[in-house]
Design a protein around this ligand. Structure first.
Ligand SMILES: Cc1ncc(COP(=O)(O)O)c(C=O)c1O
Length: 398
């Protein structure tokens, strides 16, 4: 049973990444030392991950982690890999993991690339495949790491506005007179909206851009989407990226992968082998292989998350929230009468963390990760109390 406790704001702030940044140097020393920085570093605007506070008593619905634990088989395999063999480097080619992912997705091992979380896989894809003469296209509202990679590698990009209902419109990604992309990337389901583009529409984008690579970031696809990996054999320009962090509850292990034509995979391998030969350690390799083998645990846990998502959407709808349809392990909501920053602060005071982005078009939304039923009930009660209403929830959390 998750308990919600009131926590002083200062205690919560202690876990914020912004505070960690200053390390042991004072502001003056930092300014002086920055003369050693390269021009690239001076120009960087790094990604800021969601807060990872050090307190256990929080209802943590801010970084889209899975509320249930990883597969017990994965944990056993990790324990078994913890021994004398840690003296030795891991397999640089991650052959066992590639073989097991290939079998799972009906592909060959040379169509699989693995990396240290899908963030690393995506970073390599920007450098290896997307960075061409023309700008990279991605939605105006999407995973905020994409512009960061462009900044890191000095790649030009153009943002393509989502439709008014926050969906991706496939036709906006087709080349036209005077409009050409160097590469395309989008998350599907998209983040932080949770909205899904259907597989035929994804195929329309891939088929309509045969001369450039289209990367489909499927971090959340297991919570309600159909993966584009079934198109990989038909389209040499498609790269599908997935992760063990969300639906396999292994965010702490850092395992991500890409599926695509062997030539695309070879490009990623070239970058990887010019950067870090061993991105996945022995524990990660062992745990990931075992996780893929535990289909029962995977299916049961993702079904539970999806069921909780639907119930939470009903409950929040009854409190007056607009809830965007979600195929992910989070929902994106706004209240017509309450400011999102105010709501996030009120929840925070009640030891509940959700994510609020101060960004154009979405500053009135909150992204709420689907937790356990208990966590969601605490969230709904806190919101009900704050909104000062008493509402019946047909089919939702009481
Ligand atoms: C859309 C999207 N892609 C990729 C990632 C990266 O996931 P990881 O590096 O944990 O695999 C995230 C993380 O939240 C995400 O939201």
């Amino acid at each position: 049973m998750v308990r919600s406790a009131r926590v002083p704001a200062a205690a919560l702030e202690a876990g914020t990444p912004t505070l960690c940044r200053s390390r042991t140097f004072g502001p003056l020393a930092e300014e002086t030392m920055s003369r050693y920085w390269s021009a690239v570093v001076h120009g960087l605007t790094p990604y800021v991950p969601g807060e990872q506070p050090k307190l256990d008593s929080l209802v943590k619905l801010n970084t889209n982690e899975h509320p249930y634990g990883p597969s017990p088989l994965a944990l056993e395999a990790i324990h078994a890999a913890t021994g004398d063999t840690l003296r030795l480097y891991p397999d640089p080619n991650a052959e066992a993991l590639k073989a097991s992912l290939a079998t799972y997705h009906g592909l060959r091992p040379d169509q699989v690339f693995v990396g240290n979380g899908s963030d690393e896989v995506l970073a390599h894809a920007f450098l290896a495949l997307l960075g061409q003469e023309q700008p990279i296209w991605f939605p105006d509202i999407t995973y905020s790491f994409y512009p960061v990679y462009c900044g890191l590698y000095g790649l030009r990009h153009s943002v393509v506005p989502l439709a008014d209902d926050y969906t991706i419109r496939a036709e906006d990604y087709l080349p036209g007179p005077g409009r050409r992309a160097g590469g395309i990337i989008f998350a599907n389901p998209n983040a932080p909206t949770g909205r899904l583009l259907s597989l035929p529409e994804v195929e329309r984008i891939v088929a309509g851009n045969p001369d450039i690579v289209v990367v489909v970031d499927e971090a959340y696809v297991d919570f309600g989407g159909r993966s584009a990996c079934r198109l990989v054999d038909r389209y040499g320009n498609l790269l599908v990226v997935q992760t063990f962090s969300k639906s396999r509850a292994l965010a702490g292990l850092r395992v991500g992968f890409a599926l695509g034509h062997p030539q695309l995979i070879e490009a990623l391998e070239r970058v990887k082998n010019s950067f870090n030969s061993y991105p996945l350690d022995r524990l990660a390799l062992a745990g990931a292989v075992a996780s893929v083998q535990d289909e029962g645990h995977f299916q049961a846990c993702r079904q539970k998350v999806m069921a909780t998502r639907e119930a939470l959407a009903v409950s929040l709808g009854a409190l007056g929230f607009e809830v965007l349809p979600s195929a992910a392990n989070f929902i994106f909501v706004r209240h017509p009468e309450r400011d999102a920053a105010e709501l996030a602060a009120a929840l925070r005071q009640r030891a509940i963390l959700v994510r609020h982005f101060r960004l154009p078009r979405i500053e009135q939304f909150l992204r709420i990760t689907i937790g356990t039923d208990d966590q969601c009930r605490i969230l709904v009660e806190a919101l009900k109390e704050f909104l000062g209403r008493c509402v019946c929830h047909p089919g939702g959390h009481p």
